[in-house]
Each structure stands twice: as structure tokens, then as C-alpha cells.
Design a binder for this molecule. Structure first.
Ligand code: GRE
Ligand code: ZN
Length: 327
């Protein structure tokens, strides 16, 4: 399929290179990833061209500003990363890239202002956070269901731009279950558990009852949530510990989330996600440069789904959701 739009594609800003998580890959693979994160014209655009990807939605890679425990420094890092993204991608190639703002939720008011600046002044199409934010020190983290984040979510809802919740690894103090298993700590497993749990925290906090037009995106074919939502709902109905929601728990995933294919190119899972969410809520993504665009594209272009759904997932849903100027 030509004209695809890939919605979870990454870059690294100059000042956030030190915030990349250890990947445990060979030096050659690491060099390929580092080069891919920095590059625009040499590798990225030709790789898009070769694989029918008309546009990337670009965001700052994990752990990004979320890992900076100093509030003022995090706020400054976010501004500079967004300016760099605007200059290096959007200004030079406005038809090939759309941008997701990074926000320093260490300061919710500043994060709201920066998102608004990015959307209104820089022309970005949404925001993205790499999981919880460290606050004060490397072993203190805050999840965005806490009441202090409500003004931020209010601004997101007012702006009407989607917000992408991207993974990061759990806090050091929460890693006991992965002891002796570094291989499970990153994208292989812990990223998904971390993000899925964060999503459930947002849902059961009542965030989406408060902001009925708030729209979120998650990657990796749903971070494991989709096949577990019915059970989560069932057990929440038996034991909600005093929490009340206006709708059945699983309905919030269907009404407030879009799910991308980033780094999970597996047809039975995609079919299940389409069945549960509807084809209108699924989006194509690669997860560049952690994943290869050719693998993603060859899989997506030929996987056994309806052609009408391929058009929606490959392009049309993203145009609609992110209000992209379709070219
Ligand atoms: C990803 O986006 O999938 C990713 C990161 C950082 C490290 C590994 C990884 O953002 O797969
Ligand atoms: Zn990613």
C-alpha cells in the first residue's frame, strides 16, 4: 500500500541522548538505532520511500524528558526538543512529517503550556509521554491519573489533539519481578505491562468521565490490554474498592483509545484488535528505528484483512484523528 502514515516513529534530540535506555543489543545494532534516531534525510526518508510510507508522526524517544528528575531542567529539555523537531523535520519536510510534542509532566502547568505552544505555534498534531515522570530523584515516579494532572488533561481535551502514551521501563524499585531477567525488562515485556497498567489507572480514576472528548493512543497492538479487558471489567464489577465509573470499564478503551501496530506485526493479534476496537480505531506504525520499516510494510501490505480496513488503518484513520493535511 502506498501513502501509509506511520504514527509511532522516533527521534532523539541533542540534549536527550543521555536518556536512552540500555537495549542490550550488539554494537552494530546500537549504532544503527542511534544513527536512525538522529537522521532525517540520509536513511529515514529513503527508508520511508522504499516502503510506501508517505508520512511519519515523529516523537522524542524513550525515556526522554520523563527521566529528568529536576523539574526546571525537564521543562527546558522539552521546549528544546520540540523546537529541534520543528526545525529539523517539520520546517524542512512539511509533507513528510507531522510532530508529536514532548511534555515535561514533572510540572503539569508547564506541560499544558508547552503542548499548547507546540500545537498552536509549531503546528504539531498531538503530544506524547514516555510513561511516568521521575520527580525529585530517579526512583520517584508519578502516574498521570493523580489529581494534580487534571489541569493538564483539561488542556489536552480543550486543544482536541490526541495524546500518545508510550512505554518506558518500570522504576528501579519496582523491578523485583524482573530480577535476573534483564531481557524481559524492556520492550520484550515490561514496557507493555507498565503501559497497560498506566492505562488502567487512567480509566479507573474516572479521567474519561471528566473529559469525554479526550483521545489517547497506545502502541504495540494494545500493550496486552485488548484480550484482558473483559476480565478486568468483570472483576472490577465485583470489587471496585469504592471506585465508580459511568460506563463498563472496557468501554473506555473502545471510546478513548486508538491502538497502533508499532513493533507488533502479528496478524492474529491485529485481527483480534480490529474485532474488539473496530477498524476505525487501529493505526499503522513501525516504531522506527527500533523496528524495520520494510518488515512492517511487507507484513501490513499483505496481511489478511479487508482492503477497506487496510486503507483506514494504513492512512485514513490517522488523517482524521490527527487532522493531517492529506497530500
Ligand atoms: C521503542 O520505542 O520501542 C523503544 C524505545 C526505547 C528503547 C527500546 C525501544 O523507545 O524498543
Ligand atoms: Zn516506540
Amino acid at each position: 500500500m502506498i501513502g501509509k502514515i506511520a504514527v509511532e516513529e522516533h527521534f532523539v534530540s541533542e540534549a536527550t541522548m543521555a536518556y536512552l535506555p540500555p537495549l542490550g543489543v550488539t554494537d552494530a545494532v546500537q549504532a544503527h538505532i542511534d544513527g536512525g534516531l538522529v537522521d532525517v534525510e540520509r536513511h529515514r526518508l529513503p527508508e520511508m520511500d522504499r516502503n510506501g510510507i508517505a508520512m511519519q508522526l515523529v516523537s522524542l524517544t524513550a525515556n526522554g524528558v520523563q527521566m529528568e528528575p529536576d523539574v526546571a531542567r525537564a521543562v527546558d529539555l522539552a521546549k528544546r526538543a520540540n523546537d529541534e523537531l520543528a526545525e529539523r523535520f517539520l520546517a524542512k519536510h512539511p509533507r513528510r512529517f507531522a510532530c508529536m510534542a514532548t511534555v515535561a509532566l514533572q510540572d503539569p502547568a508547564a506541560a499544558a503550556d508547552e503542548l499548547e505552544r507546540a500545537v498552536k505555534t509549531l503546528g504539531f498534531c498531538g503530544g506524547l509521554a514516555n510513561g511516568f515522570s521521575n520527580l525529585g530523584d530517579r526512583n520517584t515516579g508519578e502516574y498521570y491519573d493523580l489529581p494534580k494532572f487534571l489541569p493538564f488533561w483539561e488542556r489536552v481535551a480543550d486543544l482536541g489533539t490526541p495524546f500518545y502514551l508510550h512505554p518506558r521501563a518500570p522504576l528501579d524499585s519496582q523491578q523485583v519481578i524482573y530480577e535476573g531477567h534483564k531481557e524481559l525488562l524492556g520492550p520484550a515485556w515490561a514496557f507493555g505491562v507498565e503501559t497497560a497498567t498506566h492505562v488502567l489507572r487512567l480509566i479507573t480514576s474516572g479521567l474519561f468521565d471528566r473529559f469525554p472528548n479526550l483521545q489517547m493512543v497506545i502502541g504495540h497492538l494494545g500493550e496486552g490490554l485488548v484480550p484482558m479487558m473483559a476480565r478486568a471489567q468483570r472483576r472490577f464489577e465485583y470489587a471496585s474498592f469504592g471506585k465508580t465509573l459511568k460506563k463498563p470499564l472496557s468501554q473506555y478503551l473502545k471510546d478513548h483509545f486508538h491502538i497502533s501496530t508499532s513493533g507488533n506485526f502479528h496478524t492474529p493479534t491485529l485481527i483480534n484488535v480490529i474485532a474488539e476496537m473496530g477498524a476505525d480505531r487501529v493505526l499503522f506504525a513501525v516504531d522506527y528505528p527500533y523496528e524495520r520499516s520494510d518488515e512492517a510494510a511487507q507484513w501490513f501490505d499483505s496481511c489478511d484483512i479487508a482492503e477497506e480496513d487496510r486503507r483506514k488503518i494504513g492512512r485514513d484513520n490517522a488523517v482524521k484523528l490527527f487532522s493531517l493535511a492529506a497530500s
